[in-house]
Each structure stands twice: as C-alpha cells, then as structure tokens.
Design a protein around this ligand. Sequence first.
Ligand SMILES: Nc1nc2c(c(=O)[nH]1)N[C@H]1C(S)=C(S)[C@@H](COP(=O)(O)O)O[C@H]1N2
Ligand SMILES: [Mo]
Length: 375
Amino acid sequence: MKKKDPTVNPILNPESKKHSETDFNHFEVLLANRNSGIALETLRHDVTPIGMHYLLSHFDIPYVQDEKQWSLEIGGLVNNPMTLDMDYLKSLPQITQQVTLECAGNGRALFKPHWPSMPWTYEAVGTAEWKGTRLIDVLKTADVKTEAIQWVFSGADEGVDSGVQHDFSRALSIEMANNPDIMLAWEINGQSLPPQHGFPLRLVVPGWYGMASVKWLNRIEAIDYEFQGYQQVGTYVYRKDKDDKGTPVSVIRVKSLMVPPGKPDWYTRKRLLEAGETILQGRAWSGFGTPITKVEIGINDDWFEAEVFPANEKYAWSRWQFNWQAEAGYHQLKCRATDANGDTQPLEPPWDNSGFGNNCVQITEVWVEDDLSNV
Ligand SMILES: Nc1nc2c(c(=O)[nH]1)N[C@H]1C(S)=C(S)[C@@H](COP(=O)(O)O)O[C@H]1N2
Ligand SMILES: [Mo]
C-alpha cells in the first residue's frame, strides 16, 4: 500500500468519495447524530413541534448571542446598497406561512449502493409556521440593476466540502426571487428561530427542497453571471454519474409518508399490531404547493384509495387516512401520492449519483397478531 504524504492536508486534498455497497461508515454516523430527522409518529401534527422538525446544517451552527449584533447586507449590482438590522426587518409588513420543508437528500440511504453523506431514510421533512417579511419587498428597496441575473444568498456558516472552502451560499434567478411567497423569516411556530434553524434570520423558499432556504442569512448580492458556489454547482445537482453535467435540484418531488401503526420494536422499528380495524394515516406533499389529488395505500400487492384532506395552506402537507382490516400475519404497507400535475411516486428509488430527490414509496413492515394480550 502506498504511504500517505504526511505534509498533504487531507481536508483540502481529499480522496474522491465512492458509493458504498454495504454498511454506513463512521463519518455517516457522526452526521446522523448532528442532523436529526422527525420521528415519523409526529406526522400526526399539522405543524411539527419545535425540536421535532428535521435539521440539516452542513457546518458549525454560528454562535449569535444577541440579534442586535446581526445585520443583513444587500449589495452587488444594486442601485441602493443597504445594511439592515433586525429591528428594521421586524418593522416591515409581516406574513406567517405554514411550509413543508424537505431535505433534497431525504431517502439517500435507501439507494443501493448509497452515496456516503447524511444517511436519511424517510425522515428529513417537517412543516413549520414561519413568520417574517416578504423577500421581494426588501429587494425592491435595494433596486437591482438591469444587468443582474441572479441573487446570491449567503449564510454566516463556513466550512469545507470536497476540498473546497466556502460559506453556505445559494442563488436564485432574479425572476424566481420575485415570488412573493419567499420570506425572510425570524420566527418558527411562534418563537424566535432557535440557533439550529438559523437564528436570527433565514430565507424560506416554499416548495423547493430545503437547501434553498439559507439559514443565518447575512448577505444578499446581485450578480450578472451564473453563481458558481460549491452549494450551487458542486452539489445539489441531479447526476446519473459523476461525469454527468446534470440538472440543478430545485422543486420538491411528490411524496407521502405513513404514521407507523401499532407499536414499535425498539431496535428494528418494525411494528406489532393487533388484528382488526386499524386507521392508517399520514401526510403527502409536493413541490411549489401543487395540491395532492390522490393517495393510494398498498397492502402487500393490493392497492386501495385513501381519503385525502386539503392542506391547511398552499405550501403545507395534506393529511390522508385509510381504514384497514388488519389480518394476522406479516404485511408490507405502502403509500403512494399523486399531485395535480399527475406526478406520482415511483416504487423504486429514482437513481441519482449523490442520492438526491428520492421520492420512492415508503415501506412499513407490520406483524399482526390475533390477540396481543396472549403474547
Ligand atoms: N446557512 C445554511 N443554510 C442552510 C443549510 C446550511 O447548512 N447552512 N442547510 C440547508 C439544507 S440542505 C436544508 S435541508 C435546510 C434545513 O433546514 P432546517 O435545518 O431548519 O430544517 O437548511 C438549508 N439552509
Ligand atoms: Mo438538505
């Protein structure tokens, strides 16, 4: 074996990653400990309680003691560069929206082989009630120059990925950023943002996968070229293989999840249930607030239609419900949502090189016993 040169910094000169055919490695366990998913039973809540919403932070969570120290700079190709403080932002007209957010890497661990990164299975999703002000109103005041084509949104967190040092930055086209539903948010579920959700200020881009919703937002810059930052072009691109030019990850794909019925086995999370009528329920959502039109429930190889309730708000998930006569034995339960565009969930993970956009149907394994008081 070739000996590594001890003078070469492995953080800035990393070996290229490869898919893993087998187990999850030590670094994936560390990532899973930092970035939690929702407990699937909390899908019962219209709004995910604070502390149960999923979390994904690439680098360290910035330490911000007092929001009075915070400022948002708006610069680059604007006629009116500005530095705004939190008091000013909070004096602007306020909006509150329920938004279902999902990480683009949700489902990555279900690919075989899988890409070594945050090993989500189904749980990187949640719905929060965000309060803030409309991004577009603030951007209008800055008065973007005609030659600008994109806004770049930057967070205060910095780190290295694949040898590239950067702060967490994402771009939106000038046109996209005109969407009046995009918010500068400082509250979640009636409280100030906690540190892990972006205190004191974040972007919320409803209907897009989570990476667009930049946390710890401290700078917005107008540019006249396509942003080449790592989080824009180095990752969050759908690619068949590493040489594929690919297409950028953007809008959330249609998806649904089931509240696991019965009781869990602690270690495997498989379910134990008594025979008889069981209410199966869960959530379904899609990108850009496209309504859910159908949820089908798979009981082993048979499919049935569930009842779907309208979402509370445009960008919030819908609830669905199905009454199941559970019979003794082993069953695989599935749910499959279809949205108003006619898009539906695939049964198998749609291949992506780094595991993005996996909206394949969830499988819940259930063991039903005739009488649980006897076992
Ligand atoms: N500044 C910054 N913003 C960020 C991230 C980050 O690491 N740094 N992660 C993004 C990703 S990938 C997701 S899925 C969402 C997660 O938001 P949450 O942790 O509040 O649920 O934040 C996005 N915004
Ligand atoms: Mo994410």
